[in-house]
Write a protein that binds this ligand. Structure first.
Ligand SMILES: [Zn+2]
Length: 183
């Protein structure tokens, strides 16, 4: 599938119940319904509001294909070398799109946001999102189902986890100074 048709993509990731996120985000579905075909690009930003310049997510994605954090996953359009002024990105982070109450307007990110270092992951990202849903980038959104007392599986991304219990025996050493016995 080529991710160039916002309406088609919106239908593919529509939550079952109106207004409620499940495997897919309701807000991202709504965003896609209104998006222009050129605004479906997904980039990993080399800049974020907390750390400033930070390429950790880009390096982790290049090395291990680790899903970047929602705050550096950017959805929109990269205008490369815009009139000789460098690369300008127009869009929003997935965090902004999916979090209720966040501002609705998009932002422009210029060369000061290290836009030349941003990495485009459009096809990879949409395939991951269609297969596994929003818990790929919101790990606290896993929908765990118990298989038995010691294992569980996420109903959305199908991640399987086993429980392990460790017993820790703590050895404690205490130092005591006492007066020397009289001779
Ligand atoms: Zn999950």
């Amino acid at each position: 599938m080529k991710y160039t048709n916002p309406k088609e993509l919106a239908e593919r990731v529509r939550p079952a119940e109106k207004g409620t996120s499940d495997k897919y985000s309701w807000r991202l579905h709504q965003h896609l319904l209104k998006a222009h075909p050129s605004q479906l690009q997904v980039w990993i930003s080399a800049w974020n509001g907390f750390d400033g310049h930070n390429t950790e997510d880009i390096q982790n994605w290049k090395a291990h294909k680790t899903m970047p954090r929602a705050g550096v996953l950017m959805l929109g359009l990269m205008d490369c070398d815009y009139e000789g002024q460098g690369n300008w990105f127009h869009g929003k982070s997935l965090n902004q799109i999916c979090t209720p109450g966040r501002e609705k307007h998009g932002w422009a990110f210029g060369p000061g946001h290290h836009t030349r270092e941003w990495v485009q992951i459009t096809d990879w990202f949409w395939k991951q999102y269609i297969d596994k849903g929003r818990c790929t980038f919101f790990p606290h959104e896993h929908h765990w189902l118990s298989i038995n007392a010691n294992s569980r599986k996420c109903a959305h991304c199908l991640q399987h986890q086993n429980r392990q219990i460790y017993t820790e025996r703590i050895k404690k050493r205490t130092e005591i100074w006492s007066p020397q016995a009289a001779h």
